[in-house]
Design a protein around this ligand. Structure first.
Ligand code: PRP
Length: 210
């Protein structure tokens, strides 16, 4: 029997995902050990788990290197890959927002050529260009995005907010909410046809646990 491969985003989402997979009877023990391995096998159920960077989960699933993936909606929107988004898992919840210094909040809409720092250029462009009909200059960053308006690199940021602590501790406030984010279960398009029964069995069992 072919292995079903499940790609998990390294970090907190992987831990929460493992709890779900354990609860439906998959063996995730190997992954709970302190190790730097990236691939783990549940021989009894013929399932493999692979640990990848969050932004790469949709890539593995689109190309069929993984049949199933669990990843945040933020990554799905940004990567815009060709795959099936099957379940909203309801954890890993946060918000995608536009945020900036309090003093800019009231005049922000009238500001021309806004400079927007973000890890999510596509989400930022789609929101400002398509939804608001405004042109922006996107400055792509890889982390610590909240720093950008503080040092004059950008006017605002587009980023995820979970507890709101990072914004608050850096003197920034939410201007607008773009969308709500949570973890999603995704499936490769071909696998959904070729391994439909096994994949839907996993999907249905996961569905009952959320
Ligand atoms: C994320 C996000 C915010 C922060 C929000 O960053 O980009 O910076 O978490 O969380 P909070 O609202 O609970 O404070 P991450 O921790 O992934 O680090 P990064 O800045 O290096 O991307």
């Amino acid at each position: 029997m072919k292995y079903i491969t499940i790609a998990l985003a390294k970090g907190r989402l992987a831990e929460l995902s493992l709890d779900i997979f354990e609860s439906i009877g998959l063996n995730c023990c190997e992954m709970k050990e302190k190790t730097r391995r990236l691939i783990f096998t549940d021989e009894d159920n013929k399932v493999k788990f692979v640990l990848v960077k969050a932004a790469d989960v949709p890539t593995y699933v689109e190309y069929g290197a993984a049949d199933i993936g669990i990843v945040g909606k933020d990554t799905l929107l940004e990567e815009a890959r060709n795959l099936y988004e099957v379940l909203d898992l309801g954890f890993g919840t946060c918000r995608m927002v536009v945020a900036g210094p309090e003093e800019l909040k009231d005049k922000f809409d009238t500001l021309n050529n806004k400079r927007v720092a973000t890890k999510y250029p596509r989400i930022a462009r789609d929101y400002f260009h398509i939804k608001k009909g405004q042109t922006i200059e996107v400055i792509k960053l890889h982390g610590s995005v909240e720093l950008a308006p503080l040092v004059g690199l950008s006017d605002v940021i587009v980023d995820i907010v979970e507890s709101g602590k990072t914004l608050a501790e850096n003197g920034l406030v939410v201007f607008e909410e773009i969308c709500k984010i949570s973890a999603r279960l995704i499936v490769n398009r071909v696998s959904m046809k070729m391994e439909k029964d096994r994949i839907m069995d996993i999907v249905e069992k996961v569905k009952q646990k959320i």
